[in-house]
Design a protein around this ligand. Structure first.
Ligand SMILES: *Cc1c(COP(=O)(O)O)cnc(C)c1O
Length: 358
């Protein structure tokens, strides 16, 4: 069976050697040496000043909202994984959906300003499939209206914008290190925070707001990454270049054989991409379902990322309507890519798609 992705498992002996160190130290959670080492290595690898590791990408978003003390309305994209929106709602914030650009699939920054009201506290764009947002334009709008900017950068591991890591933009960027992501820690996530004081605040928030042995400074939660997660991260990081290169090869192979038949996402020209996903856009939903069914017969399972459009979620009130996101979500399909995917398997996928498009 071939799925949209397959978790990268690092060299087992390497992982074991990190686990041995955990046993020697006898320290398995609460900001231990593995977490500290991973934070240091990731900051260097990504080229960011501050990184705070947490237990997953959803909680990273929630900690970001609480660190910045968001209130009221947050302008976000309807074309993302459900956690981008649900994390707002569970924190008492109302998502205001800004429709996307039909080519880049990212929030259309030209539509942001019309959605701003006195109740708006922040903008929450997503670098969808690792495609860098219009970060400079978005920052300009935020500055003009005194809004915070949080990037859900769950797909943007290793993406640069104008030779700087894209995670450096906005007040906070969040990452997901879930097993299905390009870089993973089994479950895990991180916050990239520019302001040093806010880093301290986030560190309190992820550890119950505790400020010393017998002192609680603020209302916090438990969002700590444990040592075994960090050990997995270190082992994956040891091999990340090979993982990244393989993704690029897979992506370029699909592109080479399908680019005249289907549309690909328009990538930001100022950005170095990470090829974390390979979405293709088809003429209509009927074609998507036809291709999905044909591939399923060969035990191949791409995914309809992202379907449904988040402005259709039943728990969002008042109802909102984003025409472009709804259209795109019905006719997009993400093709399988993984470290283990064979070129012969890609050939099969390509030929089945071609057959359906005849
Ligand atoms: C994966 C993902 C998340 C959630 O991350 P978890 O680590 O699974 O909690 C949030 N936003 C986007 C865009 C994602 O793809």
């Amino acid at each position: 069976m071939i799925h949209v992705t397959k978790t990268f498992l690092p060299n087992k002996e390497k992982y074991q050697s990190y686990v041995d160190k955990i046993f020697e130290a006898g320290w398995i959670t609460n900001n231990g040496p593995m977490v500290k080492e991973l934070e240091k290595r990731l900051a260097t690898f990504l080229g960011v000043k501050n990184i705070v590791l947490v237990s997953n990408g959803t909680v990273a978003l929630e900690i970001a909202y609480r660190t910045l003390e968001l209130k009221g309305f947050v302008i976000t994209t309807p074309f993302s994984f459900v956690a981008t929106t649900s994390s707002l709602v569970t924190n008492g914030l109302l998502p205001i959906f800004c429709d996307i650009n039909s080519k880049t699939l990212n929030m259309d920054y030209k539509k942001i300003e019309t959605l701003i009201t006195p109740n708006t506290s922040a903008i929450l764009p997503v670098h969808v499939f690792g495609n860098a947002c219009d970060v400079e334009e978005i920052q300009e709008i935020a500055n003009k209206h005194n809004l915070k900017v949080i990037y859900d950068a769950a797909h943007a591991f290793g993406v640069t914008y104008k030779d700087k890591n894209v995670l450096n933009y906005g007040d906070i960027s969040t990452l997901s290190f879930h097993a299905t992501k390009l870089f993973h820690t089994i479950e895990g996530g991180a916050l990239i925070i520019n302001d040093d004081e806010l880093v301290q605040k986030a560190r309190f928030l992820i550890n119950f707001g505790i400020d010393g042995v017998e002192s609680v400074k603020e209302l916090g939660t438990n969002a700590k990454m444990n040592e075994f997660q960090a050990a997995m991260g270190l082992a994956v990081l040891d091999e990340i270049e090979a993982v990244q290169n393989k993704r690029k090869e897979d992506f370029e192979y699909y592109e080479k054989y399908l680019k005249n038949l289907v549309d690909f996402q328009l990538l930001n020209v100022n950005s170095k991409h990470n090829y974390s996903y390979c979405p293709i856009l088809l003429e209509n939903e009927r074609k998507v379902l036809e291709i999905k069914e044909a591939l399923a017969k060969s035990n191949i399972f791409p995914r309809r990322y992202f379907y449904p459009s988040l402005d259709t979620l039943p728990y969002i009130e008042p109802k909102q309507y984003c025409e472009i996101s709804r259209d795109i979500s019905t006719r997009i399909l993400c093709l399988p890519m993984s470290y283990e995917l064979l070129q012969s398997e890609q050939d099969t996928i390509i030929s089945i798609i071609k057959e359906c498009l005849k």
